[in-house]
Design a binder for this molecule. Structure first.
Ligand SMILES: CC(=O)SCCNC(=O)CCNC(=O)[C@H](O)C(C)(C)COP(=O)(O)OP(=O)(O)OC[C@H]1O[C@@H](n2cnc3c(N)ncnc32)[C@H](O)[C@@H]1OP(=O)(O)O
Ligand SMILES: O=C([O-])CC(=O)C(=O)O
Length: 462
């Protein structure tokens, strides 16, 4: 039975690949997805028939107390994280994506539109398909007036991430999925309105982010979306940096590399969990943002800049290695973490850190803050190793993003995680669409109390 399911799914995949090669240029993302879904349903059926009863090994009690590290628990299609090598988007490393994905005319960094296509389909889109996606998102970019008002009424002292989450949650007012559900849509059709909501969500984020930025930091009126430009150009322009081609390139790289980091990280898992209750993509991603706003997760990029600035005010600019070492030790001795270092899964330098370092070496090698980030990179890992607690002493993505934004004049560090959030929507949305297409069930793992654990293992030796 398994063999025939597998053969059937291979035949379907071959048919769809043939079709894709002849009609790829004409196909929209939704059309391509509609072809891939039946193929993937067969793939999943075959994988479950072959492996459904196989074990990943024992679960130990420490994993329940230890934040579920290493516990295999989720299906996530867009990316898989290797502890040593870092992230691969649909099997492709960051340098491979930089090489293979379509770029803007004259640009060198991949277009996030292409990355979204890759996350959803596992395929590299054509330039025409990417351009069509840019146009589609531009056409969907306007946000309802009442959402504009919600943002405008927020006090500038409310953290930009809280404003962001409020606005995204409010988009649920016009959710195609929520409406279709109320009208009794069949389970088999869930993915269609989820796709529409996801496209709307991604498309509207630049206007939301731009409005928050301009309100909080008094940067004047928001310009209109330019339908002839790509997503990152529009995002940069809404923030006031459309005239800087290097900043636009930075946005393309930034949105691409922050998009997805497999399923277990706080923001991705939260989105998937909330979506599993059939909350629409706006509600699900609003929840993701609340998780991303924590200092151990996405807020770390803000914390890194704050920490570096505090360091500079304490020990001065161009400080010696000895002074930096002393500052790092004082952070640890104060019972605080060194922001931007360590990771729950990675055990080597994050390739997203390296991609940003390479961008800096190319575009801003003499920037004093970049030099400090490099100096810290040479110093912190050995101190964390000596301190002996952190399992990974190496830098993560957040150790490098702030210095790039600061270089181009986006110095308001409380805003940085909003940009991370714009990017993370790509990964969360792609998985929400697949979850609804594949009929993913309500998430509901088992929990235990300490008393229950003690009772369970009473009188047992192992
Ligand atoms: C996009 C992202 O989310 S990337 C991560 C962004 N977050 C940061 O950069 C914050 C700084 N880093 C950290 O706090 C951690 O490394 C985390 C949260 C990222 C991972 O946490 P864990 O998986 O629990 O890390 P790990 O198993 O290595 O922790 C063991 C101990 O080392 C400590 N440790 C880990 N990283 C650091 C660090 N950068 N500085 C100081 N101590 C650290 C932990 O706090 C923990 O201490 P405890 O035993 O007293 O509780
Ligand atoms: O994977 C994680 O736990 C955190 C992270 O780097 C991300 O979500 O980008």
């Amino acid at each position: 039975m398994f063999r025939s399911a597998l053969a059937q799914s291979r035949r379907a995949a071959a048919r769809s690949a043939r079709f894709a090669s002849t009609s790829a240029k004409q196909q929209t993302l939704k059309e391509r997805l509609a072809e891939l879904i039946p193929v993937e349903l067969e793939n999943v059926k075959a994988a479950r028939a072959a492996h459904g009863k196989k074990s990943f090994g024992p679960v130990v009690v420490d994993q329940l107390y230890g934040g579920m590290r290493g516990l295999p628990a989720l299906i996530w299609e867009g990316s898989v994280l290797d502890a040593e090598e870092g992230i691969r988007f649909r099997g492709k490393t960051i340098p491979e994506c930089q090489e293979l994905l379509p770029k803007a005319p004259g640009g060198q960094e991949p277009l996030p539109e292409a990355l979204f296509w890759l996350l959803l389909t596992g395929e590299v889109p054509t330039q025409e398909q990417v351009t069509a996606l840019s146009k589609d998102w531009a056409a969907r970019a306007a946000i309802p007036e009442f959402v504009q008002e919600i943002i405008d009424r927020c006090p500038p002292t409310l953290h930009p991430m809280s404003q962001f989450s409020l606005a995204v949650t409010a988009l649920n007012h016009d959710s195609a999925f929520a409406k279709a559900y109320q009208e009794g849509v069949s389970k088999k059709e869930y993915w269609g309105p989820t796709f529409e909501d996801s496209m709307d969500l991604i498309a509207k984020l630049p206007n939301i982010a731009g409005r928050i930025y301009r309100n909080v930091y008094g940067q004047g009126k928001l310009p209109a979306i330019n339908a002839d430009k790509d997503y990152s150009w529009n995002l940069a322009n809404l923030l006031g940096f459309g005239e800087s081609p290097e900043f636009v390139e930075l946005m393309r790289l930034y949105i691409t590399i922050h998009s997805d980091h497999e399923g277990g990280n706080v923001s991705a898992h939260t989105g998937k969990l909330v979506g599993s209750a059939l909350s629409d993509p706006f509600l699900a991603f609003g929840a993701s943002l609340n998780g991303l706003a924590g200092p151990l997760h996405g807020l770390a990029n803000q914390e890194v800049l704050l920490w570096l600035r505090k360091m500079q005010s304490k020990i001065g600019e161009n400080a010696s290695d000895e002074a930096v070492k002393e500052y790092v030790w004082s952070t640890l001795k104060g019972g605080q973490v060194v922001p931007g270092y360590g990771h729950a899964v990675l055990r080597k330098t994050d390739p997203r850190y390296m991609a940003q370092r390479e961008f800096a070496l190319k575009h801003l090698p003499e920037d004093p803050l970049f030099k400090l980030v490099g100096q810290v990179y040479n110093i912190v890992p050995s101190i964390l190793l000596e301190a002996g607690k952190a399992k990974n002493p190496w830098p993560n993505v957040d150790a490098h993003s702030g210095v790039l934004l600061t270089h181009y004049g986006l110095t308001q560090m409380q805003f940085y995680t909003v940009l991370f959030g714009v990017s993370r929507a790509f990964g969360v949305a792609a998985q929400l669409i697949w979850d609804r297409a594949l009929g993913a069930p309500l998430e509901r793992p088992k929990s235990y109390s300490t008393a229950a654990i003690n009772k369970m293992f009473k009188d047992k030796t192992a």
